[in-house]
Design a protein around this ligand. Structure first.
Ligand SMILES: C[S@@+](CC[C@H](N)C(=O)[O-])C[C@H]1O[C@@H](n2cnc3c(N)ncnc32)[C@H](O)[C@@H]1O
Length: 337
């Protein structure tokens, strides 16, 4: 079974979540924890072992369905799901016709027969939707997303695929771990600034994108597979027309951040920041500086900062000198005498 961290995702805090939660529990108190740029959901997932109420939010459809699969607090019909797994893994690509997925992505992001199977599976899940609970439907789609990620012919996102002459069929459909947690989850798919005005949380964790790379463009293929709206695709990377573009990836990022921390109703604001700036790539340059974050948070309340060198959690593999991960913790409304 796939666990929540068994996927590739740019900026995932999978290797840092224990450190982050440790700092949070030493410096903050409360019951409601919000992860409002949740990405994989790994930080919210880790928080659910400490806090009884968890709010998860992200702009992407594929992330929202993954949160529902892992965290909706309901039982599923295990037998029914296992019958689907058997059925999906016994699909013979020679006996089925082409579909949206194989026609667009076959021989590119996936080996041709694998793409045919993936498209067919997605088609079956949609046909069966009325016979599935919300959680079961989410589990079947999320399991497809995780299984697809394991074999995609990419570096982990869908900005490009490797050009290969020969590809092997590798696809296996496996379920995600759908065991319910004890905490209560509230799942949203909204712009974080809009959501902020409408929720209360004791602790709000903020981990936005800091450069111009749009997540909805990186993960367009997972979005298309989730929504199954079969859009027209463009360019070599086969992307649909843009949607869910984040203001945090644009020149106005700093204003967005200031607006967010002003409107959010909470006791503690926790912000992740890293200096992944690579001088060769303009798109990787951060739109908000470390000083901006420090200055703006200090206006809201007493702010502490911790950092960790990437060498500590990346086994020494980093191209950047002095590449650090920062964690700011602000006690809202508290100031030193
Ligand atoms: C750096 S990633 C978060 C990674 C996450 N902490 C993890 O461990 O996987 C930033 C996330 O913010 C989301 N995002 C970008 N702009 C957003 C916005 N305005 N509102 C909500 N989510 C947004 C992206 O889709 C992306 O998943």
């Amino acid at each position: 079974m796939f666990e929540i961290n068994n996927r590739r995702y740019t900026g995932s805090k999978a290797k840092l979540s224990t450190w982050i939660l440790d700092k949070i529990s030493k410096n903050c108190s409360g019951e409601i924890f919000a992860d409002i740029f949740a990405g994989t959901g790994i930080v919210g997932s880790e928080a659910s072992f400490k806090y009884p109420k968890i709010i998860l939010n992200d702009l992407l459809f594929s992330n929202e369905i993954i949160y529902k699969a892992f965290f909706i607090n309901a039982n599923v019909d295990e037998k029914k799901l296992n019958i689907f797994v058997e059925k999906f893994n016994s699909i013979d690509p020679q006996k089925i016709s082409d579909n949206y997925f194989s026609l667009n992505f076959g021989g590119k992001y996936f080996e041709y027969d694998d793409a045919k199977k993936i498209g067919k599976i997605r088609e079956i899940i949609e046909i069966e939707k009325s016979n599935l609970s919300e959680k079961e439907y989410a589990v079947l789609i999320s399991s497809l997303l995780y299984s697809v990620d394991k074999i995609a012919n990419t570096v982990g996102h869908y900005d490009a695929y490797f050009k290969k002459n020969k590809m092997r069929s590798l696809f296996v459909y496996k379920l995600i771990n759908y065991t319910p947690r004890n905490s209560e989850f509230f799942i949203h798919r909204r712009d974080a600034n809009e959501l902020a005005a409408n929720i209360y949380a004791d602790i709000v964790y903020i981990d936005p994108p800091y450069n111009s790379r749009q997540y909805s463009r990186f993960y367009h293929l997972l979005e298309t597979l989730t929504k199954w709206d079969k859009p027209e695709l463009y360019g070599v990377a086969l992307k649909p027309t843009p949607e869910n573009m984040s203001e945090y990836c644009r020149a106005t990022a700093k204003e967005q951040f200031i607006d967010l921390i002003k409107r959010i109703n909470c006791r503690y604001i926790v912000v992740s920041y890293n200096n992944t700036y690579n001088s060769k790539s303009k798109s990787s340059k951060n739109k908000i500086t470390l000083d901006d974050i420090k200055n703006e948070l200090s206006k809201i309340g007493k702010t502490k900062v911790s950092h960790m060198s990437h060498r500590c959690f990346n086994a020494g593999k980093t191209n950047f000198d002095d590449h650090k991960e920062f964690l700011f913790i602000t006690e809202v409304g508290a100031f030193d005498e």
